[in-house]
Design a protein. Sequence first.
Lengths: 268, 232
Amino acid sequence: MARVVVVTSGKGGVGKTTTSAAFAAGLARAGHRTAVVDFDVGLRNLDLIMGCERRVVYDFVNVINGEANLNQALIRDKRTEGLSILPASQTRDKDALTFDGVQTVLEGLAQDHDYIVCDSPAGIERGAHLAMYFADDALVVTNPEVSSVRDSDRVLGLLASKTHRAEQGDEPVREHLVITRYVPERVGKGEMLSVEDIGEILSIDLLGVIPESSAVLNASNSGVPVILEQQTDAGQAYDDVVARYLGETREQRFITEKKGLFGRLFKG
Amino acid sequence: MAASGAHKGAAFELKGRMATLSVMRVLHADVDTLLTQLDARLAQAPGFFDGMPLVIAPAESVSLESAALIALVDGLKARGLTPVAAAECTPEQAAQAGLGVLRNLESSPSKPTAQRSGRDSATAANTRLITSPVRSGQQIYARGADLVITAAVGAGAEVMADGHIHVYGSLRGRALAGVQGDTNARIFCRSLHAELVAIAGHYRLSEQIEAGLIDASVMIALQGDDLQLSAL
């Protein structure tokens, strides 16, 4: 049985696509066959972050409309064995996603993948709803600021009520918190919410904290999931996220000020 | 699939059930005045009373003419409420207005079970328990009941009860107790960060809550027309 993991947040620009790309690449590196699906129809970004934008022939909407089959649309990642990408359509909008179409595509992917990572669009409308509807797990991506936390709270409410699992009365969607763009120094000055504040407000399990890092932008610009940049702080933080998701216990490394090498990097 | 009508077993059952219904006590025979006041009440909670089944019960001093009853029923339906029965009226009057007749309407829902020791017998007999966080954008209403929440109420969430509200996590959203007008209802919380608290329509915004009570364990009660917030 493939597990469907939605990466969602409510608010835009918090790092959903970066997290989707890194998380999917991390799962594949750990030996799990993984597909990552871009639900942001009309604002296609995942292919850029994954560096496969020039290999897109068919997309998610083509498959839903029966204009291509899944194998034609799936792009196999060249760097990471066992990772494939299903890009969104750039020329359509969210209405092109149908309930039955999404279900069929996910069932098709489930046949030869262990994990299906759904990169949700921002908002709580159709695209975001369909991205989370069939999920077994959710990574809720939050920045340490109040509006992002409130939107995440809203999304958590939807995960508990508007998903297939909730409607069927099955075991609820497993919710995991990923805090991105974290700067311990600014938390110390009271300019940012702390991990504890966010945890207290959202009261869900913390999967990991990704520090604010120039490595993320550099990786995006060069089309490499940041988790593959193992010498960077953000890459290592995502590596921890994947390991913890797969059941390993790892200490939180990026939540204290100027501790060790990465603290000194922040100063410069 | 069997064709409809071919089914041999019982197609329905009739059962007696206890249910809590909202009663509109009509204190004034002038329907226009009543509807105007109702509009003001509905405006405080848009969408909240939609489809609510309602029993129309004229007070002893008020006698509603058939025409007035029909006008009242139409007015209520136009506002999204669902009048289902009338008390203290003849079957003919009720039938003209499309209502059922309810006899022996009790003033207290707790009466059929056991007499309470306290004097506040008008409060709700039931309790609704919520154990998971109430998230931003969610709305929970304990109709005819107290509401006990053992988790947090997030900013932008709304919890309401006809009776008391107890919140054992942080209260960051809105809490409205006694929404049907029970002025004895109270709100109890372990950590007050509420956007708004209200009892029987009397409300206070977060900016009107004194700083010393923020994050504190607080009880909120109505005294006269004033909300009283006191540390527990």
